[in-house]
Design a protein around this ligand. Structure first.
Ligand SMILES: [Mg+2]
Length: 467
């Protein structure tokens, strides 16, 4: 896990991580184990990435599914009602369900088809069928886990059960959501969710505890599951298993998607937890940049990365800064290194659309460019993950450059973050020392800014790692 991360990076990582997992897993839904790694044996960082689209519902690359659609309904209800209003949330779900989303869960559809009110529909369905321990309430609960994490253990566990009960009358599903909420609360506070498992199990209703203890134990693995991973126990169990065995966000998601079965929900749940653990900067930018989707029944708005980042901050009760175009005069683009161009925000925004753009500042709106990657690189002292983000940017830059794209790197002013990437490229690709790289870039890019000492330190570490 990434120690010392600012909470805002973890909150953004949780919300975006869950949507990214959903979209990444969707094309592999109901497929066999190992399909993801068979198709992508190595990271795909060029124009075509692992966000490949397709699948049984023929989705666009990066398009999320019902998991994130319902999660967004939870998020919007909490923010707009300033807390949990079960009748309001149930109504939002019902409006969505009435549009007939093709991927709506069997359990969830049955509850809304009943026409019963919010406080009876799920309970009566469970009483009648006795079957309601699907993962459909767990998959949508990351926004609520963020919102209630600020109110402490008892409040977040209680809210988890109440929101789950709107569609899932089985207490097993509610306890799964309660466990997830508390694990995410721990992770957002910078703690280790895996170490928290024994304490979290104490919160579980005694009648459900043994089954949860089994799938959350350190020696449990997905092959020991007694249900398909459409059930709530293996879905959360495999998320923790992947968190235990993966070394970074991408590996956690790869492990889960490779299990096959309900891959979008599996990766959505694991992605929420892993995003909190590794932070927004730990999510590969080639995945986060393309995540998007609509929420049927709730307008034509297309939700994208910038919207999710803003929403994550809202859920945590925080202000959020995103760079608007038209504020400072255009700089660039200019070719600073062979095939690698630089600019500031408006220089990049209004550049020719065949540039492959790498944005290093947070944008209020994405650009029209077909190839556009957005890195989460902070130009302040809250960037303990700068090495991870820089490596991700340089690896994508190398892949896009090798494919023959003109790559345009920019940030808000085109000075500090842009300068870091240009200098790091020379350190990595040409073996220059940080001083040589700085002089080389300064000669060709007069806008270079050198005020951030943590960037210089990152360059020194990069140079040392190459020796
Ligand atoms: Mg789904």
């Amino acid at each position: 896990m990434t120690a010392g991360l600012h909470r805002s990076h973890r909150v953004a990582g949780a919300l975006v991580g869950s949507a990214v997992g959903d979209a990444l897993g969707a094309p592999f839904e109901f497929g066999p184990p190992g399909a993801f790694s068979a198709r992508f044996p190595a990271p795909a960082r060029g124009a075509a990435t692992e966000m490949c689209g397709g699948g049984s519902l023929d989705r666009e690359p990066g398009e999320f599914t019902d998991d994130t659609q319902m999660a967004l309904l939870v998020a919007r209800s909490l923010v707009e009602r300033d807390g949990l209003d079960e009748a309001d949330l149930f109504e939002r779900f019902a409006t969505w369900a009435a549009t007939g989303p093709p991927d709506i869960g069997v359990q969830t559809r049955a509850v809304f088809d009943s026409g019963l009110p919010w406080d009876r529909a799920a309970a009566e369905h469970f009483a009648r069928t006795g079957r309601a321990a699907g993962n459909g309430s767990l998959m949508r609960t990351t926004p609520a886990a963020i919102w209630f994490s600020r109110s402490g253990t008892a409040a977040t566990v209680d809210a988890a059960r109440r929101i789950s009960a709107l569609t899932h009358g089985d207490p097993a599903a509610g306890e799964g959501c309660a466990v997830f909420h508390e694990l995410l609360r721990v992770a957002l506070d910078g703690g280790d969710p895996l170490a928290a498992v024994p304490a979290v199990l104490e919160l579980v209703a005694p009648s459900e505890r043994e089954r949860w203890a089994t799938v959350l134990a350190p020696d449990w693995e997905p092959s020991k599951a007694t249900e398909s991973n459409g059930a709530v126990w293996p879905t959360l169990g495999q998320a923790l298993w992947a968190l235990r065995h993966g070394r970074d966000f991408a590996e956690v998601l790869r492990l889960v998607v490779d299990l096959g079965g309900d891959t979008d929900t599996g990766a959505c749940v694991a992605g929420g937890l892993a995003g909190a653990v590794y932070g927004m900067g730990g999510i590969p930018m080639r995945w986060a940049s393309v995540v998007h989707g609509r929420v049927p029944g709730h307008g034509e708005r297309v939700w994208r990365l910038a919207d999710l980042l803003r929403l994550a901050a809202d859920l945590d009760g925080k202000e959020f800064f995103q760079a608007e175009t038209g504020v400072i005069p255009k700089v660039g683009p200019a070719e600073v290194l062979p095939g690698i161009w630089a600019g500031n925000l408006d220089g990049a925004r209004w550049s020719e659309e065949d540039f492959a753009v790498i944005s290093l500042c947070r944008l209020a709106e994405p650009f029209p460019h077909t190839l556009h990657r957005m890195a989460y690189l902070t130009d302040n002292n809250h960037n303990v993950d700068v090495d991870v983000v820089l490596a991700d940017v340089l690896d994508d830059l190398a892949a896009l450059h090798a494919e023959g794209h003109r790559v345009l790197v920019h940030c808000h002013g085109g000075a500090s973050r842009t300068g870091l990437v240009l200098r790091a490229w020379l350190v990595r690709e040409q073996g220059m020392t940080p001083a040589e790289a700085t002089a080389h870039v300064a000669e060709r890019w007069p806008h270079l800014g050198l005020w951030n000492d943590s960037f210089t330190a990152a360059l020194e570490r990069l140079a040392a790692s190459r020796q």
